[in-house]
Design a protein around this ligand. Structure first.
Ligand code: FES
Ligand code: MG
Length: 576
């Protein structure tokens, strides 16, 4: 370690020197049983932990953190594990998305305030990944992302059972095709281990983004949570971060425009979640990299979907791992010239070097660029008078007949109205109707919940209807599917056109032309907006008020406006 003493590390401002403050800083850390030589100029590495029993998907992180810690020590660094709030997808009310930005602030301020030279981010459940990336991007230390890994495949009565199967079973229940007992029996068969949802939902999409961005190590996305190899990955992340600090490879050298373009393409190739559009936009804007939602169309449109995974396909994450995982897709896409293979990653090598030896073990799970699972099926960005700043749809998840569709609007004012009326036998609706849900955007709900996959009315389910055009300013779960138009921007609560759609209005969706139109005249639209009154704010105090007052729109990443950009890691010292 002798020659490291001359290197000026951020942590040395805390630990090196003879002042009373340096003494106190060392002394207090030594209260944990840390020997004197830990202050000889070794890189101090934070392990940012979203462990929580309230986030079951991340509940193995105390174990995983131990393996990161061992790796850090092996490489000559000093680990400093710390908790941040953990917005878990299932339990958090009203939606974990509301807390994503709060978590990112926790990460940013904790990193800035403390003696850390680099950080390993432990993230898994949906919002924990973007929150940690956003916070870390605003500080810009050397950073490695380590994901939770997926649950093992669910297994129910001898068959694989994923989240999509569970949603289908719930619809069968409402249509009277399944019995409650089956549903209850399936409950513990779906989630038989810790880890993130076992399909290509938002969590595994974001874990894949971490890998594609080069912020995570190869195989980060798919090694199951309980597989010993994930512990090895954790240990390797611990070892590598210490070198990353020594090499001064800060996050901005990895998280570049090229890396984000790679991520957009990989998202298309894996049939990734629509939530990635919002999260990567927010991360890019923290980092100061230009990224417009239009880029999702321009960059992703010609990329075929290679992966046959639920919700777009049929397999699950464990199958993906056994077939070779994301390295196979990245290698194939690099060879086809679809990715910037020379993008630098946290291994210190390029994307193409990291993945050159990946072998596909099951071509029914991982198809190839030459023989894709689906053509041109990434995220489509729509425009039109109903969404002048954009809306998002995942065409691969929609029934083909609805990709070009005209129908009469049936409007729901919000979640409560929807729950109240959707199964009313007297609701005037048919299979060609266009279901509208409003006041569920970032400011309106607030927090932009995953309500976009409106349930098909029970009476239509009974007729065998399995998909309808649904439009909202909400998001949808990465495990959801259907002809679902999301993220309509501007949202209804800020006076977007969605606010003044009426029952019976004709709405046209044309995916090929990327259009979403409300068929009324511009004059009529302006007349309606002129008499529109904004809904009352949902909160007048606390974090929720801060969120309502400052959240930006879906096309801007739903960040708080004052959090866009970086603060960096320089913080002046002061006495207590
Ligand atoms: Fe946590 Fe799906 S609920 S990953
Ligand atoms: Mg979700």
């Amino acid at each position: 370690m002798a020659n490291e003493k001359r290197r000026v590390l951020r942590s040395q401002a805390w630990f090196e020197g003879t002042g009373a403050k340096n003494f106190a800083n060392r002394s207090w850390v030594r209260s944990r049983g840390v020997p004197e030589d830990h202050f000889d100029g070794r890189p101090v590495v934070g392990i940012c932990n979203t462990w929580s029993e309230l986030t079951p998907c991340n509940s193995h992180f105390r174990d995983l953190a131990q393996h990161v810690r061992e790796g850090i020590i092996e490489a000559g660094g000093v680990p400093m594990e710390f908790p941040v709030i953990s917005p878990g997808e299932m339990l958090t009310r009203p939606t974990a998305m509301l807390l994503r930005n709060l978590c990112s602030m926790d990460v940013e301020e904790t990193l800035r305030a403390n003696p850390m030279d680099g950080v390993v981010l432990l993230m898994g459940c949906d919002k924990t990944t973007p929150a940690l990336l956003m916070g870390a991007a605003s500080v810009n230390l050397p950073t490695i992302g380590l994901s939770a890994g997926p649950m093992l495949n669910g297994s129910f009565r001898g068959k694989s059972f994923g989240v999509k199967d569970a949603w289908n079973m719930a619809a069968d229940l409402r249509a009277g095709r399944a019995v409650n007992g089956d549903f209850e029996d399936a409950e513990n068969c779906l989630t038989r281990t810790v880890g993130v949802c076992n399909v290509m939902g938002t969590a595994s999409t974001m874990a894949s983004m971490v890998e594609a961005l080069g912020v995570g190590l190869p195989d980060n996305a798919s090694i199951p949570a309980v597989d010993a190899r994930r512990r090895v990955l954790a240990r390797m992340a611990g070892r590598r971060i210490v070198d990353l600090v020594r090499e001064e490879l800060t996050l901005d050298k990895i998280l570049t425009r090229q890396a984000l373009e790679n991520a957009i393409k990989v998202n298309a190739a894996i049939g990734g979640s629509t939530n990635a559009v919002i999260h990567l936009t927010a991360v890019a804007r923290r980092m100061g990299v230009e990224l417009d939602i239009e880029d999702w169309h321009q960059i992703g449109r010609d990329v075929p979907t290679l992966l046959n995974l639920q919700p777009s396909g049929s397999y699950m994450m464990q199958d993906f791992h056994e077939a070779g995982g994301l390295p196979v897709i990245i290698r194939d896409m690099c060879e086809a010239g679809l990715l910037y293979g020379d993008a630098l990653t946290v291994t210190g090598k390029t994307l193409v070097e990291n993945n050159a030896n990946a072998i596909c073990m099951n071509s029914d799970v991982i198809h190839s660029v030459a023989d894709p699972f689906m053509q041109n099926s990434g995220v489509a960005i729509l425009r039109g008078n109903l969404c002048p700043n954009g809306a998002v749809i995942k065409p691969s998840a929609a029934e083909h007949r609805l990709l070009k569709h005209k129908g009469r609007a049936v409007v729901f004012e919000g979640q409560e109205d929807l729950n109240l009326r959707v199964d009313d036998p007297n609701l005037e609706i048919d299979a060609d109707s266009v279901m509208i849900l409003r006041n569920c955007g970032p400011r309106g709900f607030p927090g932009m919940p995953e309500l976009g996959m409106l349930p098909i009315p029970a009476k239509l389910l009974k007729q065998g209807v399995t998909d309808m055009v649904r439009i909202s300013d909400a998001r949808m779960s990465g495990t959801s599917f259907g002809a679902v138009v999301l993220h309509v921007s501007p949202e209804a609560a800020v006076g977007g056109a969605l606010a003044v759609v009426r029952d019976g209005d004709i709405i046209e969706l044309n995916i090929e032309e990327r259009r979403l139109e409300l068929h009324i005249s511009e004059e009529e639209l302006q007349d309606r907006l002129a008499v529109w009154e904004p809904p009352a704010a949902a909160a007048n105090r606390g974090y929720t008020k801060l969120y309502i007052d400052t959240v930006n729109q879906a096309d801007e990443g739903c960040d708080l406006d004052f959090l866009v950009g970086k603060s960096g890691s320089d913080v002046p010292a002061a006495q207590h």
